[in-house]
Design a protein around this ligand. Structure first.
Ligand code: UN1
Length: 494
């Protein structure tokens, strides 16, 4: 059992109220994984003050030196990968191989952004005046509040924290209440990497209390949030009222198209991994399969057969392919969608119920579920379910496939299986999404490419890659006049 604490100004401490909350194993709710501080606005304020003080020094540390800390975070994550992955499977439930992948994504991020310490490129350009020099430089923003979800308890905090830090910002991490122990472990690594006090802070607690307090706080300059569209809208509203920079990563309703000319075996593997990996609890999960009518029956039969063989179990069991749903509330939500599916006329081909047999009866498991006869107007074709549920939609042409794929309020990830290069390039052009895969599943983003979506998935920003530097820095334009006289732009040169 872990005892999580807040981490403020380089010190581990309980909430000022000393109240605590519990984190339980979703595969066995009798098992307590951790207790964590039930922080309130007083704790949030303390963290903001510490981060503000630290910012004044950290912003002046040369970026290559800041990067050395980031590099050490990567090394420590690698050294402790197995221990952290095990804790993640216990606390969050995903299969151990996926937990290792989650930690590895943090490592990849660390090494990528450590390298950024020796780039952080700006531009030099010409001036319209003689004897005048012009350039742009990236400036840090200040104190960043990072509000992160439970589905990638290491990768997503790393996506946000590491670029924020290398750019010269200080941070306060508010992790999801379902995965506090993973966050504690990660912040211990930041501590061990020797980051100066106040540069990195951790505040545990409930989103509606301490998350809200951080987003409202006048001492916070930027909020980076990943989570539901509903909470994202709320965060965005507060940030616009308080003039904070805000980066929102929200829902998806990602589709995989399988055309009649596709390699069906390959498309099947992609569909299984995309729809049921992480029990469908990824914002990039495949929640719609758009199938050409010529292969629909054959592909559906193949999918049904393979789905029936998937092994459900605790993430810590190396044989498990589908772990639990994160908690009882989320499980209920997935179950409610089964009612919605039935009432709209969709047919449940397999699954559709809780999985309760054998050793998993004390966990929040749901059977991998295939919904057939889904039409694009149904709620199950439009709303994010966040569980191991995939909807089958039949189409008659490639043009219809793209139109159906685009027909949702979201635009995160997308995939097309075809052997036709012309169709592949048309898909890359016409799909409305931040990410498009050709002959690969909708999941599997790599850290050096931008991550994010169009339409209601985001608010125009991207995480990861070099694109996230535009979230965590502001451009400054600098003019140096070495003519020794006043030169009036737009006037003296005309
Ligand atoms: C998420 O779904 O919240 O592409 C993040 C992927 C992972 C990241 C997913 N690398 O599925």
């Amino acid at each position: 059992m872990y005892t999580c604490l807040n981490y403020i100004d380089g010190q581990w401490m309980p909430a000022q109220s000393e109240a605590t909350l519990e984190s339980r194993n979703p595969a066995n709710w009798h098992e307590l994984v951790a207790t964590f501080p039930h922080s309130d606005s007083t704790d949030a304020d303390k963290a903001v003050q510490a981060a503000r003080r630290a910012y004044q020094k950290w912003r002046l540390v040369p970026a290559p030196n800041r990067a050395e800390f980031i590099y050490r975070v990567g090394e420590l994550l690698l050294q402790r990968k197995e221990e952290l992955a095990h804790l993640m499977s216990l606390e969050m439930g995903k299969p151990i191989t996926e937990s290792r992948g989650d930690v590895q994504e943090g490592v990849d991020c660390a090494f990528y952004y450590a390298g950024e310490g020796r780039r952080l490129f700006g531009q030099t350009t010409t001036s319209e005046m003689p004897n005048k020099f012009a350039m742009t430089v990236r400036m840090p923003i200040g104190v960043c509040a990072l509000i992160t979800p439970w589905n990638f308890p290491v990768a997503i905090p790393c996506w946000k924290a590491l670029p924020a830090l290398v750019c010269g910002n200080t941070i306060i991490l508010k992790p999801a209440e379902d995965t506090p122990a993973c966050a504690n472990f990660l912040i211990q690594i930041f501590h061990d990497a020797g980051l100066p006090p106040g540069v990195v802070n951790l505040i545990h607690g409930l989103g509606e209390e301490v998350g809200q307090a951080l987003v409202e706080h006048p001492g916070v300059d930027l909020v980076s949030f990943t989570g539901s569209s509903q909470t994202g809208a709320h965060v965005g509203e507060i940030c616009s009222r308080t003039h904070k920079r805000v980066c929102l990563e929200m829902g998806g309703k990602n589709a995989q198209v399988v055309m009649e000319d596709a390699d069906l075996e390959l498309a099947l593997e992609g569909a299984l991994w995309g729809a049921f990996g992480t029990a469908g609890q990824r914002c990039t999960a495949t929640s719609r399969l758009i199938l050409h009518r010529d292969i629909k029956d054959k592909f559906t039969a193949m999918l049904l057969e393979s789905t029936g063989k998937l092994r459900i179990g605790a993430g810590t069991d190396p044989d498990t392919q589908i772990g639990p749903i994160i908690n009882g509330v989320q499980l209920q939500r997935v179950m409610d969608y089964m009612e919605v599916a039935r009432s709209e006329g969709a047919k449940i081909l397999t699954g559709g119920e809780r999985a309760t047999e054998g050793p998993i009866k004390k966990g929040f498991f749901f059977q991998p579920t295939i919904l057939d006869q889904v039409t694009p107007d149904m709620r199950v074709a439009r709303e994010e379910i966040f569980g191991p549920v995939v909807a089958l939609i039949e189409i008659n042409s490639f043009e219809e496939a793209i139109a159906v794929l685009n027909d949702t309020p979201y635009g995160l990830s997308s995939s097309v299986y075809t052997r036709d290069v012309n169709r592949a390039f048309q898909a890359m052009r016409d799909i409305e999404a931040g990410i498009t895969y050709i002959n690969g599943p909708t999941i599997g983003a790599e850290v050096h490419l931008p991550f994010g979506g169009v339409k209601q998935t985001g608010n125009g920003h991207r995480e990861a890659g070099s694109a996230v530097l535009d979230v965590f820095t502001e451009w400054k334009s600098v003019y140096v006049d070495f003519s020794g006289r006043l030169q009036r732009a737009q006037i003296d040169n005309h």
